[in-house]
Design a binder for this molecule. Structure first.
Ligand SMILES: Nc1ncnc2c1ncn2[C@@H]1O[C@H](COP(=O)(O)OP(=O)(O)OP(=O)(O)O)[C@@H](O)[C@H]1O
Ligand SMILES: [Mg+2]
Length: 329
């Protein structure tokens, strides 16, 4: 196999928790939100990895840290053979074009005062890839490419003239005009009307084919992951607890948490035999991470070992890894 485009090694992001004055005076040691607590994965060229998990498990922080939109606390991100974690902002510039992000909220990620055509042309000017007229031509082509036609008319519109789905097409166009090799799509369809979701996913898929685009596709919705991803990584409280080929993870989940996520989706769970289960309670906060397996307080199978010893990721079948002392198979 060729080298993966992206390699993430033991990446961590801890956010310091603000201390009260009294705590500072008493020299209470600082506490941290361990949003991302040592994750490793690779993405091949043209591959889509879905990052799945409940709210607050660290998906967005992971995606932004990979792109160095926030600075990692520890670990390495290797993009096309270069360790980008230690690069200066100046040295990062050429990588910024190659790695893009598509945000969740198409309402807040576009400037209300910029024509959408200019918004799409803007990155070309910022990166010095085209002069004004040429950038406009390219933006017009891109509007057509993402299905916003007649493109001359759409060029002149402002975001408030557009539906949520149309805005998300603009956001995708703005990222894709730079011909990136890698994109983090953070809940790219979560705020879009269900009726529009499939066409937005198809649009992303068409760019994967055209650019051989790799994607880290962040979603809390395992059904969306099923549609788009080659592999799925399941995150729980800052850690990847299971990772493997999409079909394999969905058919044979090995981690109780993954199974519970799947069982919560009627369209996928319906077709499966056997006992379904739900997990108790809510995700604990990422400041006081439970000892041992961090999932143990919610796990129906937890034993003494789970309360004391943290499980490592081990391969349970080809390319399918799970961090659990008592995997389901
Ligand atoms: N800038 C920040 N400062 C402090 N804590 C933060 C910061 N950003 C995120 N967190 C915390 O880090 C943890 C992970 O948050 P994150 O947004 O990455 O989760 P998520 O999986 O994307 O959740 P969601 O599905 O709700 O988008 C949460 O406990 C969150 O409160
Ligand atoms: Mg998020």
């Amino acid at each position: 196999m060729s080298e993966p485009l992206l390699k993430v090694e033991n990446l961590k992001k801890y956010f310091p928790v603000r201390r009260s004055l009294i705590e500072s005076l008493k020299k209470v040691p600082p506490k941290y939100v361990k949003a991302v607590d040592g994750i490793s994965f690779e993405i091949a060229r043209g591959e889509v990895l879905a990052l799945i998990g409940e709210s607050g498990c660290g998906k967005t922080t992971a995606g932004r840290t990979v792109l160095r939109l926030i600075e990692p606390t520890d670990g390495r991100v290797i993009f096309d053979g270069t360790d980008i974690t230690k690069l200066s902002q100046e040295e990062l510039r050429p990588f910024r074009r190659r790695m893009q992000i598509i945000f969740q909220d198409p309402y807040s990620s576009l400037s209300p005062r910029m024509k959408i055509g200019d918004a799409i042309a803007h990155p070309l000017l910022v990166h010095g890839l085209a002069e004004k007229e040429e950038a406009k031509e390219m933006a017009l082509k891109m509007l057509k490419r993402v299905g916003l036609t007649p493109e001359e008319e759409f060029y002149e519109r402002y975001p408030h003239h557009l539906s949520g789905g149309q805005r998300q097409r603009v956001v995708i166009a703005r990222a894709m005009i730079l011909k990136p090799e890698f994109v983090v799509a953070d809940e790219a369809v979560s705020m879009i009307d269900v009726s529009m979701r499939a066409s937005i996913l198809e649009l992303l898929e068409s760019f994967r084919e055209e650019y051989n685009l790799s994607q880290l596709f962040i979603t809390h919705d395992i059904a969306v992951g099923k549609l788009i991803a080659d592999r799925i990584a399941v995150m729980y409280l800052g850690k990847i607890v299971e990772i493997g080929p999409t079909d394999e993870v969905l058919k044979n989940p090995a981690h109780p948490y993954t199974k519970a996520l799947i069982d919560a989706v009627p369209s996928i769970a319906r077709r499966k035999k056997g006992r379904k289960f739900r997990v108790k309670g809510e995700v604990p906060n990422a400041v006081d991470v439970p000892p041992g397996c961090r999932f143990h307080p919610r796990c129906p199978f937890a034993t003494e070992e789970c309360r004391t010893k943290e499980p490592e990721l081990v391969e349970v079948s080809h390319n399918h890894f799970v961090a659990c002392h008592h995997p389901l198979h």
